[in-house]
Design a protein around this ligand. Sequence first.
Ligand code: FES
Ligand SMILES: [Fe+2]
Length: 355
Amino acid sequence: MSIIDRLDVQPAVPTLPASVYRDPALFERERHEIFARNWLLFGRSDQLPSPGDFLAATIIGFPVIVVRQPDGSLRGLHNVCRHRAAMLTQATAGSLPGGMIRCPYHSWTYGLDGCLNRAPGFGAAKGELEPAEWSLFPIAAEEWRGLVFIRIATTGESLVDWLGPIVPLAAHYPLEGQRFFMAKDREVAIDWKVYGENYLECYHCPNMHPGLCESLDISRYTIDPHPEHGLFHLYGPKRDGGMTDGLYFYRFPYLMLNLYQWGSSIATLEPLGAGRVRHINWYLFSDIGPERAEENRRSAEWSAQIVTEDLEMTAGVQRNLETGIYQRGILSPRQERAVQAFQDMVRAALPGLES
Ligand code: FES
Ligand SMILES: [Fe+2]
C-alpha cells in the first residue's frame, strides 16, 4: 500500500515559505495592509453601557479609545492628543468625567465625539488655532450582537457587511442573552498565520484532541472556505453522548467565533510582532448563576484545553519556521483545503509576497 493517500485527486500545493512567518518588515506590511483594513474584535458592549464610558487598548500597535456617545452609538478615536501627542488616558476602561476627554498633559479638552472643545492658552489671536482642525483622529467603531469591533482605516465596508454570511447563519444563536463568564489570555511565540492555519484544518484532530474527538464526530467535521467573504464556516456534529455540537466561524484575518446554544467561546489573536501573538479567549454562558459556575468552568476548561494543545504544537512549528532548515511544505487538497484558502487570502492581501 502506498504511503500516500490516493483519495487526494488534486495535486498537493506548496505552503507559504517559512520566511513569511518571521519577518519583521513583513509584519509592518501586515499591520497596515491587513489588520488596519479589517474589523478587529475590541471588547463587549456590556463593558461600556453608559454615555461617557470608554474602553482603551493598544491594538496592532495603535493606542485607541472607544467612547459611548450620548445617543448610544460608539465613537472610535486614536488615543493621541493633537497638541503634542500625549496619551489621553492610560486606563483600559472607565467613565469620562463631565462628558469630556481631557488630556492629562496640558489639559486640552475634547467632546466625547473627539471635537476639540478647549485649548488653554490658545485661541485669542486670530489664526492661532482653528478648533475644527484639531479634532482627535478618528477610527471606525461598531457593535454587533454585544461585541465591539474597531477598524483603524476610517473607510471600508460596514461591520455587518464584513461579517457577511455569519450574520444570518448565527441568527439563531442567542448571543445577546449570554453573559461574560471568564477570559483566558495567553501571550505566545507564534505567528498569527501559524495559529490561523492550525485552526483551519482538523487533519490534526484525531492525533491531538482526544477531548474534542470524544464530543464531536470528527469524521464529519467540515471546514468550508468562502474566500469572497474572507470567511471559513466550520461545523462539527455532536457524537452520541458527546457534550455539544458546534458552529464555528473563522473570519480573516483572525476572528474565531465558536457558538453553542448554551454559550460561546469567542477568540481573537492580537498580533504583537512577527512570530508573536496574544491569544484572547472569552467564555460566555446563558446562565452564569452561582449554581452553574462549576459546570460553566468545566465547559470553559474543556475548550481551553483544546487551545492549549494547539498552542503547544504550533509553538514548536514556529520555532522550526525560524531555524532556516525548513523552507516549504505541501498541503493536502482534501484535508488542508481551508489552509490553502487562508494562504491565498494572505497572498491576495500582500501583493508580491513570494516574489
Ligand atoms: S499633549 Fe495633550 S494637551 Fe498637550
Ligand atoms: Fe486543534
